[in-house]
Design a protein around this ligand. Structure first.
Ligand SMILES: NC(=O)c1ccc[n+]([C@@H]2O[C@H](COP(=O)([O-])OP(=O)(O)OC[C@H]3O[C@@H](n4cnc5c(N)ncnc54)[C@H](O)[C@@H]3O)[C@@H](O)[C@H]2O)c1
Length: 385
């Protein structure tokens, strides 16, 4: 098979515009045949903005022989039926995350894809970012010796107090606050870190997680009947013995740092959502003076930014996404065209979906014993009363 592969987008919501913005960077791999949304007004707004073909129905899109890969950009609760329909129709699928909201549904989709001889892949694809690849390469080159521990933050600030009612995508779709609060920040975001860590360190073998709803009233225009947990923290043990602590919230101030700590130093990405974010190497012997200089002057001589493995492909204008959403689809297309294994294959997607579910819903899985002891409340010191 030569030339670009035909793709179609199902779901013309907030993120479909980001995919559309990124597709031209992959013109050698991907050709957009058209789009569909079951909401006619949303479909019309997309078509008016971009001028792409709008299919009249999902059936028409799936019947188009020019379409090889369906990009499932529907909201998480609709991922499974749309992915299933696409596979049944003989299309490869690249699904937005999570692949499914439960491990069992994710496995069913993988098995269906395998039975049909089709590829199934899922976002996020930020392991393919220049930043993550630079960190991974430095790890492989032994820049920090043996990796031991990972700290990963995915805190997004108090989104419910942000100006999100005015966040509009290119074709005018509002950021889907209700859906996001209903789905939960862990289902929405954990994959951004899990995909990087699992690619580098292999499968997760043990998870100890805690999740809760810290702020039940998200002050949405219509109250949410079942808001999902807005905070989770998980401890992961990878096959290779590496331990990671991963935090997700829409409560604590924005912090998307990833730090990998090894015997000889640490590697740090300040924001895993920025494909071009510098990667800093910090020596384990960094002393107090270096720490002071870094705090005071922003890192003189303390944390060395590594050269990125290639010049970032994205030339961003104000308002453009900091992530290349179409890169994972292009990776899938190349794998299909060259008959090689996809980097983000169906087993990988199922694993990420399973660990994500364990982080967001630890109560669904066997739990450690509850703490039994307690003590009387402790008073503040009299001089601080
Ligand atoms: N919003 C973000 O900032 C963001 C960022 C990255 C990834 N994502 C992911 O992208 C996906 C979509 O998110 P979004 O923010 O665009 O949601 P959205 O609610 O804005 O859009 C989803 C669209 O899918 C359509 N849809 C639902 N079921 C359908 C069906 N069966 N057939 C056709 N259309 C259908 C809806 O009508 C809607 O227009 C989610 O998986 C989300 O996790 C979102």
């Amino acid at each position: 098979m030569t030339g670009p592969i035909g793709v179609a987008i199902v779901g013309c919501g907030y993120i479909a515009d980001s995919y559309r913005l990124c597709l031209p960077m992959h013109a050698q791999d991907l050709r957009l045949c058209g789009v569909f949304d079951r909401d006619a007004a949303r479909l019309a707004a997309y078509v008016a903005c971009w001028g792409d073909r709008g299919y009249a129905s999902l059936g028409e899109l799936l019947a188009d022989p020019a379409v090889s890969i369906v990009i499932n950009a529907t909201d998480p609760k609709n991922h499974v039926p749309v992915t299933r329909a696409a596979l049944e129709a003989g299309k490869h699928v690249y699904s937005e995350k999570p692949l499914a909201m439960t491990r069992d549904m994710a496995k069913d989709l993988r098995d269906l894809a395998a039975a049909k001889g089709l590829r199934l892949s899922a976002a996020p694809c930020n392991i393919l970012s220049e930043s993550a690849q630079t960190l991974w390469k430095a790890l492989r080159a032994g820049a920090i010796g043996a990796p031991r521990l990972v700290y990963a933050e995915l805190d997004d600030g108090m989104i419910h107090k942000a100006d999100y009612r005015n966040w509009l995508s290119r074709s005018g779709k509002p950021w889907p606050a209700r859906g996001e609060f209903d789905t939960g920040c862990t289902f929405e975001h954990a994959g951004y870190v899990l995909t990087i860590l699992c690619a580098m360190f292999g499968p997760v073998r043990r998870v100890a997680a805690f999740s809760t709803l810290v702020i039940p009233d998200k002050q949405t225009d219509i109250p949410l009947p079942h808001p999902a947990p807005d905070f989770s923290v998980g401890l992961l043990e990878f096959d290779g013995g590496i331990t990671a602590r991963i935090t997700n919230s829409v409560v604590a101030p924005y912090d998307h740092r990833l730090r990998v700590i090894g015997d000889e130093g640490s590697l740090e990405i300040r924001d895993t959502w920025d494909y071009a974010c510098p990667v800093k190497l910090r020596s384990v012997s960094q002393g107090r003076l270096a720490r002071y200089l870094e705090r005071r002057f922003g890192g003189v001589g303390a944390a060395k930014p590594l050269p990125l493995v290639r010049t970032p492909a994205m030339k961003r204008k104000r308002g453009d996404p900091s992530m290349d959403f179409a890169r994972g689809v292009a990776e899938l297309a190349d794998a299909i065209r060259t008959s090689r294994a996809a980097r983000l294959d169906a087993d990988f997607a199922v694993h990420i979906a399973e660990v994500t579910e364990m982080l967001q819903h630890p109560e669904r899985f066997p739990r450690p014993a509850p703490v039994q002891s307690s003590f009387a409340p402790i008073k503040p010191a009299d001089w601080a009363a």
